[in-house]
Each structure stands twice: as structure tokens, then as C-alpha cells.
Design a protein around this ligand. Structure first.
Ligand SMILES: [Mg+2]
Length: 373
């Protein structure tokens, strides 16, 4: 594996993790290299110190709207998306939506010619993409069939998991050492040089938000306290971010929950809130997201030459849009949105649910095997 980086995005970095790295690669191949023009030099730190307010994603007056629009119930279209069509039949709306976001399965024969003579790099979200969305976030297990499919895909394509969960948690769910993992919305990256679970290959770690750890831990404890009285609320420590799940909270209490979270965050100007699928995500205010993580991985893995590599990113959530945008802006590769409802996206294609994701991954492997003959 060719581990390298000349990424230019100014971000908050901390040189500490690299000293803990088990890698033996040359320094100038690492994200923290300080050669001129190398983006991960400590002298390129960008730390937003000014009190920006916690309402980066939504205004206070529209918390409830944002919570509802980020959590469309099955078979009903989000009012933010195509409001004027909301009285129409959902199936009709979905079929209409698929004109703009065609099924990656139905369009498979149009996609794969673009991969001819190239390596495919796979980026996969976890919740809602490889595993079903379930009421208890601790129970979001992937099926054995999905695990076997991802394992097989990783034999043919460099494969990375990009999740909002902590890296340890998502690894626990997947358990495949041959994959690369980016947890905490890409803020905790482990690049693997292993080819199987038994392989003793090297790993490189990159944690652009490591200085936020004590702050995140503190806010996690406070969030546990302040949500105690709200039935169904669940707070999850994802290491570099904290998730407040409201999937099991009665919707008449959503406003109270959001108020509690935003009130607390008034005291933490270096943290912000973003909205996922029935979850409020408390994250550090740094210029880093799933899109930056994808760009970082492409460079670090030596996969950023568009003439040689076709990246494919599959995800279901708002936070995956950052990654879709990166591929779209580079005009390199495809974003595939997993959704059973119509919603605006920067993805190029769609898949309806994790079972279609599995079918798509299997098709890619079959195609690669046959094209190698
Ligand atoms: Mg997801």
C-alpha cells in the first residue's frame, strides 16, 4: 500500500497520535508531514476560537422543523424536499424522484464502463447503509450475509467505512480488519495495511480533533444528566462527537429535548449541533467532515488520480452529503444515496435500502471478476 498525503485542507491537527502510530512509513508520507505545501503541518492549524453560536445547521426557531425534516417517516416524503407534491402518492413521488437519482442497480451497466481499466475505491457508511436503522442504536447489527459481501468486496476494492459512530463501536459491529475505518464522522481514521483479520499489517491513525476529547467527554456527561427526565432519549459517546438519539422519544417531547441540548451548548462555543436521522450530533467546530475524510483517505491510500481510480461512496444520511459533494465537485466517482423516500441530495444514484446495497456490492464483485478474465 502506498500511504501518502499532500492534502491541502487547513484543519485542526494534533501531532500526538502519530507518535503512537505503529507505522514505519517515511514521515513525509504521513498526514502530519511538515514539508512545504503539505496540508497537515501543525503550522496550518485552523481553530475557530470565536463564539460562533451553536446553531450552525438550524436556527433556534426551526429546531423542531429540522428534527422532523431529518427524520422522515417511512413512505412519506419530507416537506422540505418537494413540499408542493406532498399530497401525491408516495410511490409515484419516489418513482419520479428516481428520474433524477436513478437506481444504481438498474443503472449498473451505465456505471461500470466508467470503472474499466480503473481501480474502484469503496466508501461505505454503516447505519442505514450496511445495517438497518433500529430503535436501539446498540442493536444495529449487520447481517452475516452483508459482512460476507463486504469482506468479498474488500478483496477486490480498497474499502473504507465512514461512520458517525466511534471507530471502536463500528469496528465491533463489522469486525473486518482488512477495511479502513473512519469513525466520529471522519474525525478518527485508521488506515489499515492488512489483507485479512489475521494479517499483522501496519496501521496509521489520524485524529484531527484529538484536542477536543476532554471537552467531548465533559459534554457527554452533561448530556446524560440533562436528558435523564426525557423518556426514550439516549446519549451515545462517539469519542469525538456525541449523539443524542430521539428515535424512541415521543414527538411532543422533541422540542424539550432540543432546547436542553441547545441550552447546554450555549456554554460550549467550540461545539456545534448537526441533525442526522432522529439524532442530534454534537461535534467540534472544525473544518472536517465525512467529505474531508474521503479526500484524506484517497490521498493517503494513493487513490486520488481520477484517471486511475473510480471512488464510490454509499450512504443514507445528511452527513454523507459532504462526501457526495466532494466526489461531485471533483467530477470523480459517484455518490449513491440509500433512501426509500425522495429527498434532495448531491448523490448521483440511489439505492432503496441495505439489501439493495448488498446486491450492488455483489454485482460489483461479479463484474470485476468477469472483467479480469
Ligand atoms: Mg447512516
Amino acid at each position: 500500500m502506498d500511504l501518502k498525503s499532500n492534502h491541502n485542507s487547513p484543519i485542526l491537527t494534533d501531532p500526538a497520535p502519530i507518535s503512537k502510530s505503529r507505522l514505519g512509513v517515511h514521515l513525509n508520507m504521513l498526514p502530519y508531514a511538515s514539508a512545504p505545501g503539505v496540508g497537515f503541518s501543525p503550522n496550518m492549524l485552523l481553530i475557530p476560537r470565536k463564539k460562533t453560536g451553536v446553531l450552525d445547521d438550524v436556527r433556534a426557531s426551526s429546531w423542531l422543523d429540522a428534527m422532523k425534516s431529518s427524520s422522515p417517516p417511512p413512505n412519506r416524503i419530507s416537506k422540505d424536499d418537494v413540499n408542493e407534491l406532498s399530497s401525491l402518492d408516495p410511490d409515484f413521488l419516489y418513482r419520479n424522484w428516481m428520474i433524477k437519482y436513478p437506481s444504481a442497480l438498474a443503472s449498473f451497466d451505465q456505471i461500470v464502463p466508467h470503472a474499466k481499466g480503473k481501480r474502484i475505491a469503496l466508501f461505505l457508511d454503516y447505519d442505514g447503509t450496511l445495517s438497518p436503522i433500529v430503535d436501539n442504536p446498540d442493536g444495529a447489527f449487520m447481517s452475516d450475509a452483508m459482512r460476507a459481501t463486504v469482506k468479498e468486496a474488500a478483496k477486490y476494492f480498497p474499502t473504507a467505512i465512514i461512520s458517525g459512530r466511534s471507530r471502536d463501536k463500528v469496528y465491533e459491529f463489522i469486525g473486518l480488519s482488512e477495511l479502513h475505518y473512519a469513525g466520529s464522522h471522519g474525525m478518527d481514521i485508521m488506515v489499515s495495511d492488512r489483507h485479512s483479520t489475521d494479517d499483522q499489517g501496519k496501521e496509521v491513525m489520524f485524529q484531527p480533533a484529538s484536542e477536543f476529547l476532554p471537552l467531548i467527554d465533559e459534554v457527554y456527561k452533561s448530556l446524560i444528566e440533562i436528558t435523564k427526565g426525557i423518556a426514550g432519549a439516549k446519549v451515545e459517546n462517539n469519542k469525538f462527537c456525541v449523539s443524542v438519539h430521539y428515535r424512541n422519544v415521543d414527538d411532543k417531547n422533541w422540542n424539550a429535548l432540543a432546547n436542553s441540548v441547545y441550552d447546554l451548548l450555549e456554554d460550549y462555543p467550540r461545539l456545534r449541533v448537526s441533525h442526522g436521522r432522529k439524532v442530534l450530533e454534537v461535534r467540534p467546530v472544525i473544518s472536517w467532515d465525512k467529505g474531508k475524510a474521503v479526500a484524506f483517505l484517497l490521498e493517503t491510500l494513493g487513490l486520488n488520480n481520477c484517471d486511475e481510480v473510480l471512488p464510490i461512496y454509499i450512504g443514507d444520511d445528511r452527513t454523507d452529503e459532504d462526501a457526495f459533494r466532494v466526489l461531485k465537485e471533483r467530477n470523480c466517482g459517484y455518490g449513491i444515496l440509500v433512501s426509500s423516500v425522495a429527498k434532495e441530495s448531491s448523490a448521483a444514484y440511489s439505492l432503496r435500502d441495505p439489501s439493495e446495497v448488498m446486491e450492488f456490492l455483489k454485482s460489483l464483485v461479479t463484474w470485476r471478476k468477469s472483467s479480469a478474465l
